[in-house]
Design a protein around this ligand. Structure first.
Ligand code: CUA
Length: 158
């Protein structure tokens, strides 16, 4: 089959772009630990405030030093609003919503979750630098969306 020379150049250019962009996705996923919000644990949004992990959200420290933080994102606050965690240990954030879609972004880190009612979103990060990290809701959730923020206070490691 005859393919015109310029058409062949463009075909190779298109293949080259596919390789380049796919490579960029793979490199950011590996080096930046970026990933889609694919955690698919489900939860009943109507009962999560009554009983279970998210009825009493907060910080749990495990025997090996790892930390789990359970949170609720709801009109227009994160519960708990302020969280204290140690630096230098893996911290797993687990968050869900009893009402509408919210966001959970810890500014200055790669933690950026979509919080959808019915699902538990989860991300693990290690804070190397102590300090106060701003948490913002980055999904428009209603009239108080711009007020919806919290803080992670990272204390020097033990
Ligand atoms: Cu919650 Cu915007």
């Amino acid at each position: 089959m005859h393919v015109d020379r310029y058409e062949r150049y463009w075909m190779w250019a298109a293949i080259g772009m596919l390789v380049l962009f796919t490579g960029a996705i793979v490199i950011t996923a590996v080096t930046g630990a970026a990933h889609p919000p694919s955690h698919t644990e489900v939860i009943d949004p109507e009962t999560l405030t009554v009983a279970g992990e998210f009825a009493t959200p907060g910080v749990t420290t495990h025997e090996d030093g790892r930390v789990t933080v359970s949170l609720r994102a709801e009109f227009y606050v994160f519960r708990p609003e302020h969280v204290r965690v140690p630096a230098g240990v893996p911290v797993t954030f687990r968050i869900t919503s009893p009402d509408v879609l919210h966001g959970f972004q810890i500014v200055g880190t790669n933690v950026n979750l979509t919080v959808a009612p019915g699902y538990v979103s989860q991300a693990t990060t290690t804070f190397d630098t102590p300090g106060e990290y701003l948490v913002v809701c980055n999904e428009y959730c209603g009239l108080g969306h711009h007020l919806m923020q919290g803080a992670i206070v990272v204390e020097p490691g033990r």
